[in-house]
Design a protein. Structure first.
Length: 251
């Protein structure tokens, strides 16, 4: 999106002026919002506004038709709050890229291991599970301790690039990612994945919010969800999965 014109920039600054502006005209505000890429819908004296990144709200536009009237103090305050949600301010006049907040965001928890990677995906009220397994070099029966012994002896163990790439693809579209795992050096899949991302998908590194060391073999699902909530916050409540006639599991 191109930079705002001086006219639109002045309108944007007037929304933030203190004390509140008494002659902020609706047509100027509508033109500014359209320049910022917002969609506008009129419902009587109510103007609904939605930005491409998901921020949405409404203001009371007063009487006198679509292109008439000054905005009142409440409408200006609502407008200021909505612009802040969209990442717009006089010093940041371009809307931030799509970055959903809260339950709109896609959050991933990856429990990384050479043999398999557990993936939990949180989006809205849904909690989806996936399991990624290597089908290349690490898909065989080689004992991981042998890999570690070779690393200590100075022999670099072969990398399963296909497995690392499959994990990297699972991160695409996520707004926040928590990496869990254990080990040291080449035996730590987190280290290998971060190196792979830095080389092949550096933009995906921006979504990683935390890296934790855990004992994967002893981590229960309630503990996994608790870790996710610690880092992501407002996770949806998950309904227990039950077979017919089965008692609910207690976490």
């Amino acid at each position: 999106m191109a930079d705002l014109s001086r006219h639109h920039q002045r309108t944007l600054e007037r929304i933030w002026v203190h004390p509140l502006s008494r002659n902020l005209r609706l047509p100027q505000v509508e033109a500014l919002l359209l320049a910022l890429g917002a969609e506008l819908q009129r419902h009587g004296q109510r103007l609904e506004i939605q930005f491409p990144g998901g921020a949405r709200g409404w203001i009371h536009s007063g009487g006198g038709g679509l292109h008439q009237g000054d905005l009142g103090a409440e409408a200006i305050q609502r407008l200021r709050h909505l612009l802040q949600q969209a990442g717009v301010s006089p010093t940041q006049p371009t809307p931030m890229p799509d970055c959903p907040r809260g339950d709109q965001a896609v959050r991933l928890v990856l429990l990384l291991d050479h043999r398999q990677t557990r993936l939990l995906r949180f989006e809205g009220e849904a909690v989806d599970h996936a399991l990624l397994k290597p089908h290349g070099l690490w898909g065989g029966s080689e004992n991981l301790s042998h890999r570690h012994d070779r690393d200590i002896a100075g022999q670099r163990a072969p990398l399963d690039h296909a497995y690392l790439e499959a994990i990297a693809r699972s991160l695409q579209g996520a707004n926040a990612v928590l990496l869990l795992g254990h080990g040291q050096g080449e035996a730590d899949l987190r280290t290998l994945l971060l190196r792979h991302l830095k080389t092949h998908h550096p933009a995906l590194l921006q979504s990683i919010v935390a890296i934790e060391t855990v004992d994967a073999s002893a981590l229960s699902e309630p503990q996994l969800l608790a870790l996710a909530q610690e880092h992501f916050g407002n996770l949806p409540h998950r309904q227990p999965l039950m077979a017919p006639g089965q008692e609910p599991r207690r976490g």
